[in-house]
Structure formats: C-alpha cells, structure tokens
Design a protein around this ligand. Sequence first.
Ligand code: ZN
Length: 348
Amino acid sequence: MRACVIRATGGLDQIQLADVPEPPDPLGPREVRIAIRAAALNHLDLFVVRGMPRDYRFPHILGADGAGVVDAVGAQVGTVKPGDRVMFNPGLSDYTCEFCRGGEHSLCVNYRLLGEHLHGTLAEYLVVPEQNVALIPALAPPLTWAEAAAFSLVTLTAWRMVVTRAQVQPGETVLVWGIGGGVSLAALQIAKLRGARVIVTSSQDAKLQEARRLGADITLNHRTQKVAQEVRALTSKRGVDVVIDHVGQATWDESLRCLARGGRLVTCGATTGPQVGLDLRRLFWFQWTLMGSTMGNAAEYREIVRVLGGGALRPVMDRVFPFTESRAAFERLERSEQLGKIAIQVAE
Ligand SMILES: [Zn+2]
C-alpha cells in the first residue's frame, strides 16, 4: 500500500511516499481495519520526524489522526461493520492495567500513539482496536473526510484540559495561548460552550480576527502587546481563572503572571522547551493549581463525538493537501502558517 513514511529522523526532506506492506492479516478478534480517506497533521508529527527518544521501525508511517471506511473487522467486533464511516481516538491503551481499569486510558502504562509509537494514519490502511473507533456523526452539511480526520486528537486533548482538568465554569475567564493551532482552537470552542469568557493570543492579527469570529471575547497580539499587563487591565487586576497552555517555556512566566488567586493552569505541551521556573511562595500564597494533561480517556472520546453530533466542535480547517504533496503539508505546519487543521487526502 502507499504510505507517507520516514526512513530516518531529521528534517522534513526525510518525508517520502513509499510502497509498504499492508497491516497484518488476519485481524485480532477486536481489531478493525480501516481504509483511510483522509489524515490530519498535528505538531506531534513534526516531533516524530525530527526524532523522538525511542526506537523506530523504519520505514515509519507518519500521522496520528485520520478517518475512513471500515474495510474488515475481527470476529468479536460488534460496534462497527464493513462500510461504516469512522473516525478514531489516536491513543491506544492496553485496556487492562490499573489506570485503564479505572477508566483513565491516557494514563495507561502501555499508552501508545498512532504515528509515534505505532505506524500511523498516512497510509491506505490502518488497524486499530474496536474500543478506539467511533462512527462519524451525521451533520448538515456533512463532515468532509478532512474534517473528520482533523477532529480527534486536538478536540480530545482540549476537552480533557478544559472540562475534566480545569473544570471551567460559566462566567470564568480563560486565557488560551497561540490560537492558530488545533488544540487552542478546540479549547476556545469548548470554553465558550462552557459559558466562559475567553481571551486568546496570537502573533498574527489575521488569526485573531478569525478567533473573534469563532467566539473569542478578547484577542491579544502577543508579539506587539504585553499579555500579562493587558490581562490584568482587562480583569481589574484580578487575573484569569484558567490558563490553557501548550507552548511551554516561552509562555510559562507570563502565564503565571496572568493567573488569578486560586487560578488553574493546564499544560499539554512544551513546543518552545520543557524547562520552566516556579517560585513556590507564589504557588502556595495564591493557591494555584498547576496541571498536566495528555490526550483523553475513552469516556471523554465518546463525549466529544456526541457533542460533535449535536453540531458543536466542528474542526476549523486550514487546507487540504493531496497525498502526493504530503511534504508540503508538513512544511506549512512547520512554518506555523496554518489557521486550523491541515489535512491530507489519502484516497478519494
Ligand atoms: Zn492500561
């Protein structure tokens, strides 16, 4: 089958289309084989190309997100059948460890992501466990394959951050950094659904304008404005209840300066670097809660698909590239030119 692969880590010039073996046949009893129609990119994919500290099985197939048509199912699969249009949770758990039994699948001791630890979605076929698969909800107008592919990773990540971890309440003020990216856009949509007042930042005014269209109450250009100073002015010096951050080192100090007494900060990424400072006196005196978050559990995935079916959380799309131009899609992501999700059409 055709797949978008790397044979070594490094720069984006490592990315190529290649013929690789199809996923193993026969399927396990609870496995589902999907004929991929579209895949979508995440920052994770750039990290995978540059090289993660783990062993790769080259050629390594890229891509965590995707959507397609069920092609074959294992003997015990009961929730989907061949011909169904499906999307899937890109995080695979063993469904047996202590954390899985407690319903916290993204804490699984054997947690693995498609396209990172496992072969990914930029291929004609993919095999995933039945537990990860969901029917694509019927919407009007219908979700495109690219939209369905773009939904899962960022929406699941943002849902867990905003709803499960930060527990954002109606009337609270939430700050979301870097609104061009998929997690930030999903966090904006989810925080608005929860009835929060949302402040977003970007270095590009065009992205801020689009964020206002999507419901952002206040937009700040973090290149030309001092975010903490503006946030203090906008909140009568109080600060925000919740900060949603995926940027890491570059925004950490500023995030803490934005945080109100009793505030919560949730982070899911360290795009600009992993090392940050913390003055413990401020942590205990202001009674802040600092939280990490990764992906989400099976119940959260079912919930976001249900909410999508109700017409909310439709992914914001940037551009769809043909399969043969996969590398150009990665280049657009690397240059941070996108507003919303970049997708790749794998098959018609
Ligand atoms: Zn587990």
